[in-house]
Design a protein around this ligand. Sequence first.
Ligand SMILES: Nc1ncnc2c1ncn2[C@@H]1O[C@H](COP(=O)(O)OP(=O)(O)OP(=O)(O)O)[C@@H](O)[C@H]1O
Length: 653
Amino acid sequence: MSEHDLDLEFGQSTPIADGSSCSLCFAHISARTSSDRTILSDISGCVPRGNMLAVLGPSGSGKTSLLDILANRSTISVDGRIWLDGTTPRDDKQIRNRVRYVQQEDALIGALTVRETLLFAARLGRTSASSPTDGGKRGLYQYVDGVISRLGLSEQANTKIGTPIQRGLSGGQKRRVSVGEKLVANIGGSDDNSCVVLVLDEITSGLDAVAAYEVVSRVKEFAEATGMIVVASIHQPSTATFTLFDSVLLMSQGKQVYFGPVNQVTGYFAKQGLIIPSNYNPAEFLLEITNTDFITTQERSSHLHLAKEFIGDGDQIDQLCRAWNVSEEAILLEAVLCKTASEEHLDRNLRYDMSRLGGFSGITITFRNTMILIQRAIIKGYRDILAYGVRVIMYRKWSRCSHLSANETTIQSFFNAIFFGSAFMSFMTVAYIPAFLEDLATYKKESHENLYGPAAFLLANVIVGLPFLFLITVLFAVVEYWMTGLRSSATAFFRFVMWLFLDLIAAESLVVLVSAIAPIFVAALAITAFANGLWMAVGGFLVQPNVLNKFWYYTFYWIDYQRYVFEGMIFNEMELRSYSCPWTSQGGCSGCMYAATEVENGVCKISGKTVLEARGYGRNWTGLWAGLVIAIAIAMRLLAYAWLRFKARRVGN
Ligand SMILES: Nc1ncnc2c1ncn2[C@@H]1O[C@H](COP(=O)(O)OP(=O)(O)OP(=O)(O)O)[C@@H](O)[C@H]1O
């Protein structure tokens, strides 16, 4: 095979020969972990415009690691070179603008329809400079609808993605929406989707053969139509799906076993003495010869009729790699890469037009994208019952206790009702965890592409959350306050609403903080529930502050927002109220549970203040307490911000 042949096989326009071409080449990529373990060793390849490369290999062979490196998402130490359009990109953010990554798991907002999802993706990815959507709103809709149609989702355009409790799209359809998000995101500000690299990690995982074929064939059609380069890791493709790819990179144990056109796989391995049976899926064959985990060499050799030299020496992968390194194909690939390297030196600036790369252009886009996030969160807020609706239903179940009249026997019940109500309201904020985790997954995906940062994400979250929380508070308070028989006064009622609102804000801030740090549902649930239990235990109601263990007293007692809410509510209820106690002709008011200060119409009256003092609640610091609850809520949000920012820096954002 000549170098010329190789160029043709890699596509009409090689990255070297044609200055206007679009290509992705990578040479001698090696990667080591912090513990100096080599996970990739000397991986090379070159993919021209409109072509699809399948990255194939057994589990743990390094497919995801390679894709992460190509998409500039890797956090480990990497050697080697990558060229986009024959030029080494030198700006991390600009690579990410050109290379669009579809991660293994779909991170979509279940309450949005397919069209809305893509519209939001297009709007978020749009730069102020140039865009395919410059035709205004109509242009944007047309563009998005075109992508929906190409992905075969026209019939589902108005179908919701689906949540755990509301069925929506199938797995394959969701995968196509995830791909569609990247196709509509004009992140680079380029005029169309040409010269964009789409990196797909395990694009077909969890799909049956038919759905997998459908997803890959739609992506192929798109790549052919737009010139987009596709690099996709893939597990066990069917023959039909495998042959949709133009070229394949086969890896095992982090090493390269083959790179070249799919239709030459059989010929290449035949030269190595490995005959792929005619009725055998070639991808399956490749996986079997490179899989060292579950099958012995003897079993494999007898099963696949491998050549003698591959049997029983215990080091078959090394043999395959050595065979690749000295192969004609590898030498020609090396020649292409060398030429790319030398060409780059000559006309770097001509080939890589930095001005076309829009990127993340500061405050304008951040503000605009924050507004878009707010719109998206509002839709989710009212549509997704898991976001707020479920809490309205649960809170409505609270109390249901009978109307309490104000006498000495109900004083404890008032304390209990207020304690339980405020603690229960805080506690049930755990219902928000699934909705926040969904948003967090979307944030992680979108922040990787520099669409917005943690500040915009958390700002939109709080701006949209506050009105919903206020609505929940009012709906709850309007019924429960009067049903329970709390102090009958407009001021007292509004103060109760204020405390409940602050309670929910602080509780939701806790959920945001915990879920940001531990973004796994069970972990976030356990930690938040534990924290809420702790707040209840150290808040001074279950255990009096003066007998509280010194450690808890000097630490958590003072940052316990539930304690301030409870004390604020209890003063609101009792400070200006009195409780009756029977007057007896023998003892007057001396039999009352607390000192009665007045007698009215033959009934003793216990002042609420007396009760509060007797139970150790000294002074009413409503203003200070409210300020402290707000400060605690802000502190938790800021900590969540600091954590997300720290994480974003670690992955190189
Ligand atoms: N950041 C990292 N730190 C330590 N080890 C890592 C890191 N990233 C990857 N590895 C290791 O590198 C090897 C290759 O992992 P990788 O996820 O790339 O394989 P894969 O081929 O994508 O596997 P699968 O098909 O199962 O997803 C694994 O042994 C993995 O544990």
